[in-house]
Design a protein around this ligand. Structure first.
Ligand SMILES: Nc1nc2c(c(=O)[nH]1)N[C@H]1C(S)=C(S)[C@@H](COP(=O)(O)O)O[C@H]1N2
Ligand SMILES: [Mo]
Length: 188
């Protein structure tokens, strides 16, 4: 369906034209046009009340400041909690990481691009395909072994892949995506 036609149908729906005209064929179109409109407006992003620890910008649909979505720890921890236990390339043995799924964080801002440029406090930056987040349940970790990640030691946010669960993740191409001291995700 053309965008113009969709817009006209949405307008007609808002005006209640479908009900007035009683055009049976138009009713299902109204239902879908309405739910699309609701999807964009119903999840608004709250504003941070504490220190901002992560900014998501670029190609996103929902923001809480001009052009960007700012997150404090509380906003991040309001997302569903998840855990990954895995070896890493920089620690001894298996570590338990707590945090939230990057897919859930992305869903909260509505990305319209296919990758993120992840950048860190030390200005390290790397491209990550957004598909990774759903494919592997990639974690935005806030804790390791039950302790909050500190900014002087990989914190406050560290991207964690479940490398022990997928052979293909035990690879330098994925190791570079484990961004520690994450501060910004730019969707492109
Ligand atoms: N913030 C930040 N994250 C980073 C890096 C970095 O320099 N800074 N190096 C990356 C690279 S190149 C690898 S291989 C893994 C492991 O990093 P490390 O062994 O330097 O800790 O973390 C990645 N994440
Ligand atoms: Mo590396």
């Amino acid at each position: 369906m053309s965008l113009l036609l969709q817009l006209r149908i949405a307008d007609a729906c808002r005006a209640g034209a479908a009900v007035v005209l009683g055009v049976v064929g138009l009713m299902p179109l109204c239902a879908s046009a309405d739910s699309t409109a609701d999807d964009k407006t119903s999840h608004t992003l709250p504003k941070p009340t504490g220190p901002v620890i992560l900014v998501v910008d670029g190609a996103i649909e929902r923001t809480n400041f001009p052009g960007e979505a700012r997150f404090d720890m509380q906003m991040i921890e309001n997302l569903p909690a998840h855990t990954i236990s895995t070896t890493t390339s920089v620690t001894d043995g298996v570590q338990k990481f707590d945090g939230v799924r990057l897919q859930d964080l992305m869903d909260s801002v509505g990305p319209t691009g296919k990758k993120v440029v992840a950048s860190a406090l030390n200005d390290y930056r790397v491209n990550i395909p957004i598909a990774d987040f759903a494919d592997y349940g990639v974690l935005l970790a806030t804790k390791m072994s039950g302790e909050r990640l500190q900014p002087n030691d990989k914190g406050p946010l560290w991207i964690i892949y479940p490398r022990d669960d997928y052979n293909r993740l035990m690879d330098i191409r994925y190791d570079v995506r484990w961004v520690w001291q994450l501060k910004r995700l730019t969707v492109e």
